[in-house]
Design a protein around this ligand. Structure first.
Ligand SMILES: Cc1ncc(COP(=O)(O)O)c(C=O)c1O
Length: 371
């Protein structure tokens, strides 16, 4: 039986050599290699500041702290996302306001954002889920009308664009994940981006124990209580080649996704969610909708094809459903549908068209068995 994993990190001989070089250097904490990774993100996204973190989650938490969001404040989040999106709101003591997504594309419903805004709303955490970019024209209108911050949980969206502008350069603050499910990976890690120098200084200080910015050597002091969310040079070395080749890696993913599209176009059993008009989907995950999703998922896995659910319905998770410090905004038809139908198919750089033919053939066999 052919084994097809969900993902395979893109690790080359050059990557291994970079990691060994760091190990041999004896300098293993955050240093010049992490700075090179930060600069590579700045250059790619054309943003003023990129700050490495231990994860997207820790970066998002610090983004909210930099915006002084805390107890008494509300932050709007999509109901269909990874729990980290809402966890960070609770971690800083604010209230996550959980809003439905559009079943067509699994992205937050813009009209429902508007109807959820109160005088306590401070921010929206936008999620360009699976790499499908949000419509920033619509988001920016809401932002300006209600004087809100936008923090992009860009965990899945390196390489995504809308109207020719890259996710990571559109929100007040954005944070990418470099977990191995993401196609630019450092094993674990996150990258926060912003054009605001005051926030960048505050954030850099906070993640370095509260060190006063721009003070080095004997004059160095700590002017606030901070924490340690530094990203080691050992991990940064893993991501450096990947970010430098991001466009090439992205082109390959988009071609592979296009091939899945062509194989699935005529299937009446599979629905491919919409992509945002004028957007460039980076296909962090290639996601489809099928009936009897759980059966199909388990059946394909038993045949060594590693598929995965899409994401989570936050309003069904005890962490949020049972929490008094959380607001669930009305019915969630889009999220309920996505959570029960979305299936992610294998996608990685070395996947061949032959592998994809096999995945789709087995997918159809599983769907037939599910009926
Ligand atoms: C939308 C979203 N946000 C946040 C995260 C968490 O990222 P990290 O593991 O880097 O903290 C993920 C991880 O899959 C995610 O998909």
């Amino acid at each position: 039986m052919r084994k097809i994993p969900l993902i395979k990190p893109y690790i080359t001989e050059s990557t291994k050599a970079r990691v060994l070089e760091v190990l041999d250097s004896g300098f293993l904490t955050e240093g010049s290699v992490t700075q090179s990774l930060e600069k590579a993100f700045c250059d790619y996204l054309k943003v003023d500041h990129a700050l490495a973190f231990t994860s997207c989650t820790t970066g998002l938490e610090v983004a909210l702290r930099a915006l002084k969001i805390g107890p008494g404040d509300e932050v709007i989040v999509p109901a269909y996302t990874y729990p980290a999106t809402a966890n960070v709101v609770s971690i800083v003591g604010a209230t996550p306001v959980i809003v439905d997504v559009d079943k067509g594309n699994m992205l937050i419903d813009y009209e429902k954002i508007e109807s959820s805004v109160t005088d306590r709303t401070r921010a929206i955490i936008s999620v360009s889920l699976f790499g499908n970019p949000l419509d920033y024209g619509k988001l920016d209108k809401i932002k300006h009308k209600h004087d809100l911050y936008i923090v992009e949980d860009a965990a899945c969206s390196i390489g995504s664009e809308i109207g020719g502008r890259k996710v990571g350069s559109l929100a007040d603050i954005s944070v990418f994940s470099m977990h191995p499910r993401k196609f630019i990976t450092t094993g674990e890690g996150g990258m926060l981006t912003t054009d605001n120098s005051d926030w960048a200084d505050w954030i850099s200080s906070y993640k370095h124990f509260g060190m006063a910015p721009h003070k080095q050597g004997a004059g160095m002091t700590f002017d606030k209580v901070g924490t340690n969310y530094k990203l080691s040079d050992v991990l940064s070395a893993i991501g450096l080649d990947q970010i430098k080749q991001v466009d090439e890696l992205l082109d390959r993913r988009i071609k592979l996704a296009g091939y899945y599209d062509s194989l699935l176009a005529s299937s009446s059993d599979v629905l491919v969610p919409d992509t945002t008009a004028t957007g460039k989907h980076s296909y962090q995950s290639y996601c489809i909708y099928v009936e009897n999703r759980d059966f199909v998922l388990n059946d394909l896995r038993s045949r060594q094809i590693e598929v995965q659910i899409g994401s989570y319905a936050l309003h069904h998770l005890p962490a949020f459903a049972d929490s008094a410090q959380c607001r669930i905004e009305g019915e969630m038809p889009g999220t309920n549908y996505s959570a029960s139908h979305a299936l992610v198919l294998p996608l990685y750089h070395d996947l061949s068209h032959g592998d994809q033919d096999y995945v789709v053939e087995e997918l159809h066999n599983s769907i037939s068995r599910s009926k």
